[in-house]
Write a protein that binds this ligand. Structure first.
Ligand code: PEP
Length: 248
């Protein structure tokens, strides 16, 4: 039985003042003991967020594939761990697009994060053009083949987030049927690539998840939780999603 996992991705948003949202989010997480809840703020807020999160895991939104070295502006998985992070998102579509991250680069980030024992959320997802062309499942399978870590080194948990690019920050949500089809395809691919481990990997859905659509999404087979952007910025919007996961 896979526990539900709900992760907030604050992207390039947030401030020390906004960390006040963490108290009520952590309280809601405590009231939903069957759900794992975490928040990934910008790097600068990881350490202070940890101090305000009452034990709720705090994570990063990216890491470098190397442990240290001449990589100006980058942060390694070891540094995230040192700052108190317990998880990291890798391969988010915004980074794949804006920072031109390849599957190969995403794989090295995921391997570095797992090696540090971080829970590693590996994002995949198709564009609207790819879906319209009937290629959504093929594209996502290719991303998994290209970016899934090849080593099982370390103790970090691998998690997959299916995030159709056209649903991120747009208010458009994939239909439960489309989500079911894709999550089943991802599960099949994971079993193919990871053998028996493929059945235990949690698969999150991400893309305009809100309090009013979360329950329907969590009821879909093989949806093990959500990666939430915009609606994770305030407790008022995020807590209902956590509560829906607790009921689902
Ligand atoms: C995301 O950034 O991972 C995301 C799913 O964003 P939103 O919930 O705002 O669509």
């Amino acid at each position: 039985m896979r526990r539900k996992l709900v992760v907030g991705n604050w992207k390039m948003n947030g401030s020390l003042a906004q960390l006040s949202e963490l108290g009520p989010i952590a309280a809601a997480a405590r009231k939903s003991p069957g759900v794992d809840v975490a928040i990934c703020p910008p790097f600068t807020l990881i350490a202070p967020a940890r101090a305000r999160a009452s034990g709720m895991p705090i994570g990063g939104q990216d890491c470098h594939g190397k442990e240290s070295g001449a990589h100006t502006g980058c942060v390694s998985a070891a540094m995230l761990k040192d700052a108190g992070a317990r998880l990291v998102i890798v391969g988010h579509s915004e980074r794949r697009a804006e920072q031109c991250e390849s599957d190969k680069a995403v794989r090295s980030k995921a391997e570095a994060a797992l090696k540090q024992g971080l829970q590693t959320i590996l994002c995949v997802g198709e564009s609207d053009k790819e879906r319209e062309a009937g290629r959504a499942v093929t594209v996502v399978a290719a991303q998994l083949q290209g970016s899934l870590p090849q080593t099982a080194e370390g103790e970090g948990e691998l998690v997959i987030a299916y995030e159709p690019i056209w649903a991120i920050g747009t208010g458009k949500v994939a239909t439960p049927d489309d989500v079911a089809e894709m999550h089943a395809a991802i599960r099949a691919e994971l079993k193919q690539l990871l053998a028996h481990r493929g059945a235990t990997v949690r698969i999150l859905y991400g893309g305009s998840v809100k309090g009013d659509n979360a329950a329907e999404l969590f009821a879909v087979p093989d949806v093990d939780g959500a990666l939430v952007g915009g609606a994770s910025l305030t407790a008022a919007q995020f807590v209902p999603i956590v509560e829906a996961a607790g009921r689902g």
